[in-house]
Design a protein around this ligand. Structure first.
Ligand code: ATP
Ligand code: MG
Length: 737
C-alpha cells in the first residue's frame, strides 16, 4: 500500500543509472552505491531502508555492475516481496528475484529434489495443528485448543532454532520460554509429529528451509550451482531473521561477502518464533570491514506521529532498547494522534467506521486507510462495522491478486481477444484499450457500478474493477499501446506478482503490517490483555508487544487513531483498561513522559459516539433470543441469537426485505450492504419488529438508518406496502460526514 497513491501506477522509468539515485539522501546514496562487500543499514522505521536497498539493486543493475539474475533479495512477507518486485520494475530492474526465505527455498528445493533426493517432492502439510493433535493422541496426551496452538508454536520454534526433541527441555529453559506443558511431553509430541509426517509422506513449512539447508550442506554440487547463480544477497527486515534462515543465508553465501542487510532492532516482533536481532546487531563484529550506514530521517510520518513513536520507544527496556534510534520527521506537521475510549467493542468498531467515512469524504482513498489489530479474531467486528457503514474493505494480501481465479480467467479472455486481433488493428489502438477491456470483462461480471452485497460476488467485481483501472492507467501512460501490449504487461506483472491496488480499507494484524504504510492508520483494541496480549508474561515478551505497537504507530503517514473499549460486548462490565504502553502518552494518563500536546480536535478522550451508542444499548447485555445465552461475538450480536440456535426466520419477509434492499441500493448507486448487511436483514426478518423501538434495538439499525428506512421496513414487517419515510427528502441525501 505504498507508492500508487502518490504516483501513477506507471511512473516514468529513470532514464539513467544516476537518475535512479535521484531522490535518495546522502546516506541512502551511500547504501545504494556500496555494491561490493558487506553492507549493514541500521535505521528506524520509515527512514527509507527498503527504498535504499531497492534503489541499490536497481542502480547496480542499470549501471551494469550487477546481473539481474545474480541478485537475490529476501524480504519478510510475500506481500513485501511483491511490492519490492514492483518497485524494481518501476526503476527499470525487472528480473531480479525478490522473495521470502521460504519461497526462495521452496523454489530451489523443487528444482533440486529429483537430483538431490530423488522422486517427487512431498506435499506440504495443510493443517499442521491437526497433525500435532494426532501426534499428541499417539503419545496419549490430550491437548485442549490453546495447548494445541502453543505446543505447535513450540515445535515450530524448535525447528527454526534447530533444536532436536531431546534438547528441547534444556533449550526451552535456557531461553526462558513459557512452556505450555511439561517439556518432556512436548519433546515426545514433537518426535511423534515428525514420525507422523514421515508416515504420511508430507513436509511442513519449516521443513522446506531445513531440507534446503540439508541439501546445500550435503551436496556440494547443488550448492555450487546455486552459488554460481546468486552472487549478491540483500535482506530486508534483518532484525527478524531466525537461526535457520541465517544458516540458509550463510550456505547461499558460501563464504563470500556480497551481502547487504537492513533492519531496525526496535521492530523485532517475531522473537516468539525464534527470530533474533542478534544477527543484525552483531553484523559488524562478524564483518569488521562492513560498510555500516545509519539513517535517521523519517520520511514517512509527520512530526506528531514520530513524537508518539519516539515516546513509546523511550519507555522500552532490554537489549533492543539500547539500540533504539530517535527518529526525526522530515514531513510537514499534521494532526495530533487521536485517542478514543469506547464503551464496548462493537461501539469501537462503529466509531472507527464513522471516522473512516469522514476521512474518505475528506478525500482519503480507502486503500490508503488501514485498521490494525493484535489478533486476527478481532477483524470480524470491524468487517461488520465497515459493511454497515458502506465502506469497502479487504482482508486479502495484495500479493495473491494474479492468483485469484477471476483474474486468471480475465487474463485468458483478454489474451483470446488480443489474439483475435481486437488489439492489433491500429484504428483500435490506444484509447480503445480500456474499452476493449471493459467489453471483455463485462462478459464476466464487471459492471460500471459495484454490485450489491459484500460476499464473493463483490470480491470478484473488485478484482475485475482493479484490472479496469489498471487498463486505464496503462492507456494513459502508453497511448499508442494495443490490447496485446496490455496482455504482455499483465503477464509481466503476474510473473512479478505486482498487483494493482484494490480499492478498499485494509484490515490486517500488526504483524502483517510490517514494512507497509498508509495515510491513515487505526490501531484498535488497545487494552491490557490485547496489547500486551495476555500470554506475554515475561519482561521480554512484554517488550516485544511494545515493539509491535511501535510498528503499528510507525505505519501511519498522516492520520493516526488509537482506541480501546472498556468492555467486550454491549452492556458488559467495563473491566478493561487501556494499554499500559499508552501511559504517559495518552491524555489524562498518569505520567506524561513526552510532553505530548493534545490539541483540541486532535487528541483527547472522545466519548461522543460511544455515549450515543451506549444510550442505545442501555438495555444491557445482548442475549440470544432463543436460548438466552449472553452473546459476545459480533456476528451473533447482529443476529441476536447464537449462530447455531434454531432460526425462526420468516422467509417470505426476508425475500421481500431483500428485494426492497436491492431497489434502495440501485437508487443510491451503492452496494446493498450499505443499506443493511445480510445479518441485519436476517435479524429483522426473524424479529419482525412492530415498532421503531424494536427495530432500533437490532444491531446495524442506527439512528441514521432508522430515520431513513424505518417506516418502509416496518411497513414490510407488518405486512403493509412500504410507505415513504416521514421527512424522506430531508434524510435521503444525507451528506457523508
Ligand atoms: P520500515 O522500517 O517501516 O520498513 P523503511 O525504513 O523501510 O521503513 P521505506 O518504506 O523505505 O522505509 O520508506 C518510508 C517512506 O519514505 C516511503 O514512502 C518512501 O518512499 C519514503 N522515502 C524514503 N526515503 C525518501 C527520500 N530520500 N525522499 C523522499 N521520500 C523518501
Ligand atoms: Mg522497510
Amino acid at each position: 500500500m505504498t507508492a500508487p497513491t502518490h504516483t501513477s501506477l506507471f511512473p516514468a522509468v529513470p532514464d539513467s543509472p544516476d537518475a535512479v539515485l535521484d531522490g535518495l539522501d546522502p546516506e541512502q546514496r551511500e547504501v545504494a552505491t556500496a555494491l561490493h562487500g558487506p553492507v549493514c543499514v541500521l535505521a528506524g522505521a520509515g527512514t527509507g531502508k527498503t527504498r535504499a536497498i531497492t534503489h541499490r539493486i536497481a542502480y547496480g543493475v542499470r549501471a551494469g555492475i550487477l546481473q539481474p539474475g545474480s541478485v537475490l533479495a529476501v524480504t519478510f512477507t510475500a506481500r513485501a516481496a511483491g511490492e519490492m518486485r514492483g518497485r524494481l520494475r518501476q526503476l527499470g530492474a525487472g528480473g531480479v528475484q525478490a522473495r521470502t526465505f521460504h519461497s526462495a527455498a521452496l523454489r530451489q528445493l523443487q528444482y533440486f529434489w529429483p537430483r538431490a533426493i530423488g522422486g517427487e517432492m512431498p506435499r506440504l502439510v495443510e493443517r499442521k495443528v491437526q497433525l500435532v493433535a494426532e501426534a499428541g493422541a499417539r503419545c496419549r496426551i490430550r491437548l485442549d485448543r490453546n495447548e494445541l496452538r502453543d505446543v505447535t508454536g513450540e515445535i515450530e520454534w524448535c525447528k527454526v532454532t534447530q533444536t532436536v526433541p531431546e534438547d528441547y527441555p534444556a533449550a526451552a529453559a535456557k531461553s526462558g520460554r513459557e512452556v505450555p506443558r511439561d517439556p518432556a511431553e512436548i519433546a515426545k509430541i514433537y518426535t511423534a509429529y515428525e514420525q507422523l509426517k514421515r508416515d504420511r509422506g508430507v513436509i511442513d513449512f519449516e521443513d522446506v528451509l531445513l531440507l534446503t539447508v540439508g541439501v546445500l550442506q550435503e551436496r556440494p554440487d547443488v550448492a555450487d550451482t546455486i552459488r554460481s547463480q546468486y552472487q549478491h544477497f540483500v535482506v530486508d527486515e534483518y532484525q527478524d531473521v531466525s537461526p535457520l534462515q541465517q544458516r540458509l543465508l550463510d550456505l547461499w553465501l558460501g563464504g563470500r561477502d556480497n551481502i547487504c542487510v537492513v533492519g531496525d532492532a526496535s521492530q523485532t516482533i517475531y522473537s516468539f518464533t525464534g527470530a533474533t536481532p542478534e544477527y543484525l546487531l552483531g553484523f559488524r563484529s562478524r564483518h569488521p570491514e562492513a560498510t555500516v550506514v545509519k539513517l535517521v530521517r523519517d520520511y514517512r510520518s509527520t512530526p506528531q506521529v514520530v513524537q508518539l513513536a519516539n515516546g513509546l520507544l523511550s519507555q522500552a527496556k532490554g537489549q533492543a532498547a539500547q539500540h533504539r534510534l530517535e527518529l526525526i520527521s522530515q514531513r510537514e506537521p499534521g494532526p495530533e494522534p487521536g485517542y478514543t475510549e469506547y464503551v464496548d467493542e462493537p461501539t469501537e468498531a462503529e466509531g472507527t467506521a464513522r471516522r473512516i467515512r469522514e476521512l474518505i469524504a475528506g478525500g482519503v482513498r480507502p486503500s490508503e486507510i488501514a485498521i490494525l489489530y493484535r489478533i486476527n479474531a478481532q477483524s470480524e467486528v470491524y468487517e461488520q462495522a465497515l459493511a454497515d457503514a458502506g465502506v469497502p474493505y479487504q482482508l486479502r494480501g495484495a500479493e495473491r491478486f494474479f492468483d485469484r481465479p477471476e483474474v486468471r480467467e480475465a487474463g485468458l479472455l483478454l489474451r483470446g481477444a488480443a489474439r483475435a486481433g481486437a488489439g492489433t488493428d491500429p484504428g483500435m489502438a490506444g484509447t480503445d484499450v480500456p474499452e476493449h477491456v471493459r467489453a471483455v470483462l463485462g462478459s464476466r461480471g464487471w459492471t460500471v457500478e459495484a454490485p450489491a452485497g459484500s460476499g464473493a460476488v463483490r470480491d470478484r467485481w473488485e478484482s475485475l474493477a482493479a484490472l479496469v483501472r489498471l487498463a486505464d492507467d496503462f492507456a494513459l501512460a502508453r497511448p499508442e499501446a494495443t490490447l496485446s501490449d496490455l496482455v504482455a504487461e499483465l503477464d509481466e506483472r503476474a510473473s512479478a506478482q505486482h498487483a494493482p491496488t484494490v480499492e478498499g480499507v485494509t484490515l490486517a494484524s500488526l504483524h502483517a503490517a510490517k514494512g507497509l504504510e498508509w495515510d491513515a492508520v487505526f490501531l484498535v483494541g488497545l487494552t491490557e490483555g490485547m496489547m500486551p496480549i495476555t500470554y506475554a508474561k515475561t519482561d521480554e515478551q512484554v517488550e516485544e508487544e511494545r515493539r509491535l505497537l511501535y510498528v503499528g504507530v510507525t505505519r501511519a503517514r498522516l492520520h493516526l487513531f488509537l482506541s480501546w473499549a472498556l468492555s467486550r460486548s454491549p452492556g458488559g462490565r467495563a473491566t478493561r483498561k487501556p494499554s499500559r504502553f499508552l501511559d504517559g502518552l495518552r491524555p489524562g494518563s498518569a505520567t506524561r513522559g513526552t510532553g505530548n500536546r493534545f490539541a483540541a480536535g486532535g487528541g483527547g478522550i472522545e466519548r461522543g459516539a460511544a455515549a450515543a451508542a451506549a444510550a442505545k444499548r442501555k438495555r444491557g447485555p445482548v442475549r440470544c433470543r432463543v436460548c438466552g445465552r449472553t452473546l459476545s461475538e459480533a456476528g451473533e450480536i447482529k443476529l441476536m441469537r447464537c449462530e447455531d440456535c434454531p432460526s425462526d426466520l420468516d422467509e417470505g419477509l426476508y425475500e421481500r426485505l431483500r428485494e426492497w434492499r436491492m431497489e434502495q441500493a440501485r437508487e443510491l448507486g451503492q452496494p446493498a450492504y450499505c443499506v443493511f448487511t445480510d445479518k441485519t436483514l436476517l435479524a429483522i426478518a426473524e424479529v419482525r419488529p412492530e415498532g421503531a423501538a424494536e427495530l432500533s434495538a437490532i444491531a446495524g439499525v442506527g439512528s441514521r438508518k432508522l430515520d431513513k428506512y424505518g417506516a418502509e421496513v416496518l411497513a414490510l414487517c407488518t405486512g403493509g406496502e412500504p410507505a415513504a419515510a416521514p421527512g424522506d427528502e430531508a434524510v435521503a441525501e444525507e451528506p457523508e460526514k
